[in-house]
Design a protein around this ligand. Structure first.
Ligand SMILES: *Cc1c(COP(=O)(O)O)cnc(C)c1O
Length: 397
C-alpha cells in the first residue's frame, strides 16, 4: 500500500493538499447487515433465544460497576445450578469453549505430568494437542469413533499409565457419543488423579452432575445447549484441583487463563484482570436464567423426547443412526449417509433451499455421516418435523 508523498511548498504543479491523502483502498461499499434466517441444526452454534438476544442489546455499564459485579455473582450461581456443583471457582471464561478447555489444561497440567486422554473423536485429539503444549507427558487410550469407553477400560488405562490427570469428553460432538461417567472419579481419586471433563455438548441438554460424579475440572460453551451466542464459556474446578494449582512449582504459562489471577477478579477482591465482555455476560446470564426457569430435569427430558421424535422419523425413512441407543446423545445425532447419496450436496441444498444448517462428519467419520444438533432453544418438535420433511425432499426427490 503506497501513501501519497507530502507535497512540498515548491511543488506547484498538481495539488494544493497540505496533508497526506487518505487511501480509500479498504473503504468498501457495504450494505447494512442482513443475515439469512438460518435454523441452526448442526453441531453448533445453535439459535439464540429471543430473550438472550434482547439482553445483548442492553447498554453496557463499566466492568467494575456494582451492578455488573452483582450480575457476575448471579451468573456464577446460575452456572452452579446448571452444573450441579458447589465449586467456589465456577466462572465464565471470556472466550469460546476452546478457551475454557485450554483453561482446564493450563491450570491442572504441570510440565512432566502424565496426562491420560480418552480419545474417541475429534475433541479428544484437541485435548491431546493442548496437554502436550503445556508440557504434559500425554498418553492415550483409544476407541473407534462411535463408541464409548467402559469403566474397565478406563481402570486399565489408569493402572497402566498412573496419570495425574485423566481427560474425557462427556459428549463427543464429532461422533454423537455420550461417555458414561458414573464411577470414573472414584477410580481416578483412588489413583491420586484428577478427572477433567469436556461438557461442551452436554451442559443444559444431558444429565450431568459435577459434584455427585466427582468431576474435578470441567468446561463448556455458551452456544450449544445453552442457546447464547459464542463468547462466554463455563469453567469449574474442585477444591482438589485448586489444591494442585496452589502447589504448582511454576506459574501457569498462560496469563489470560490463569485461575490464580482470575479468582481475584471473579472473587471478592475484584482486582482488574481483563475487561469482561459486558454484553456477552448479560446474554449468558439470561440464557442461564432460562435453564433455571425451565428446570434441569424438565430440560433434559425435553431434549430426550425431541431427539427420540427425530430418531423415529429417521427410522421411517430407513436412515440409520451411527451410535447405539444406550450411548447416543440427545443433543447431537450422527446419521449414516446412505450409499449413493452425496452428503455434501444434501447439506448445501438444505442450507440454500430451506435455510437449515446441518453438518457433515469430521475425521474418521468424514463423508460417512451427517451431524444433526437439537440443542437448547432448538430442541423443539416443530424443528424436528421441519428437518425430517426437508431431508425427505432433498434425499429422495
Ligand atoms: C464445540 C466444541 C468445543 C470447542 O468449543 P468452541 O466454542 O468451538 O471453541 C470443544 N469440545 C466439544 C466437545 C465441542 O463440541
Amino acid at each position: 500500500m503506497s501513501v501519497a508523498p507530502i507535497p512540498t511548498k515548491s511543488s506547484t504543479s498538481q495539488s494544493v493538499t497540505t496533508s497526506p491523502s487518505v487511501s480509500d483502498r479498504y473503504r468498501l461499499e457495504t450494505t447494512q447487515l442482513d443475515m439469512p434466517p438460518r435454523i441452526l441444526l448442526g453441531p453448533g452454534p445453535a439459535n439464540v433465544h429471543p430473550r438472550v438476544l434482547g439482553a445483548l442489546g442492553v447498554p453496557p455499564v463499566g466492568h467494575l460497576d456494582p451492578t455488573f459485579l452483582k450480575l457476575m455473582d448471579e451468573l456464577c450461581n446460575l452456572l452452579r445450578y446448571a452444573w450441579q456443583t458447589e465449586n467456589k471457582m465456577t466462572i465464565a471464561v471470556s472466550g469460546t469453549g476452546s478457551a475454557a478447555m485450554e483453561a482446564t489444561i493450563a491450570n491442572s497440567v504441570e510440565p512432566g505430568d502424565v496426562v491420560l486422554v480418552g480419545v474417541k473423536g475429534y475433541f479428544g485429539h484437541r485435548l491431546v494437542d493442548m496437554a502436550e503444549r503445556y508440557g504434559g507427558d500425554v498418553k492415550q487410550i483409544n476407541k473407534p469413533w462411535g463408541e464409548a469407553f467402559t469403566l474397565e477400560e478406563i481402570k486399565t488405562g489408569l493402572e497402566t499409565h498412573k496419570p495425574k490427570v485423566l481427560a474425557l469428553v462427556h459428549a463427543e460432538t464429532s461422533t454423537g457419543v455420550r461417555q458414561p461417567l458414573e464411577g470414573v472419579a472414584d477410580l481416578c481419586h483412588q489413583h491420586g488423579c484428577l478427572l477433567l471433563v469436556d461438557t461442551v455438548t452436554s451442559l443444559g441438554g444431558v444429565p450431568l452432575f459435577i459434584d455427585q460424579w466427582g468431576i474435578d475440572l470441567a468446561y463448556s460453551c455458551s452456544q450449544k445447549g445453552l442457546s447464547c451466542p459464542p463468547g462466554a464459556s463455563p469453567f469449574t474446578m474442585s477444591a482438589r484441583a485448586l489444591e494442585k494449582l496452589q502447589k504448582r512449582q511454576s506459574k501457569v504459562p498462560n496469563w489470560y487463563l490463569d485461575m490464580s489471577l482470575l479468582t481475584k477478579y471473579w472473587g471478592s477482591d475484584r482486582v482488574y484482570h481483563h475487561t469482561a465482555p459486558i454484553n456477552m455476560n448479560y446474554a449468558f446470564r439470561e440464557a442461564l436464567r432460562l435453564v433455571a426457569e425451565e428446570g434441569l430435569e424438565e430440560r433434559w427430558a425435553r431434549h430426550q423426547k425431541n431427539a427420540e421424535l427425530f430418531w423415529e422419523g429417521l427410522a421411517d425413512m430407513n436412515l440409520e443412526c451411527h451410535v447405539p441407543k444406550e450411548t447416543r446423545l440427545p443433543t447431537l445425532t450422527t446419521v449414516r449417509i446412505p450409499d449413493g447419496v452425496d452428503g455434501k450436496a444434501v447439506c448445501r441444498k438444505l442450507l440454500n433451499e430451506y435455510n437449515i444448517e446441518i453438518a457433515g462428519g469430521l475425521g474418521d467419520l468424514g463423508g460417512k455421516v451427517w451431524r444433526v444438533g437439537l440443542m437448547g432453544y432448538n430442541s423443539r418438535p416443530e424443528n424436528v418435523l421441519l428437518l425430517l420433511n426437508a431431508l425427505k425432499k432433498v434425499i429422495f426427490a
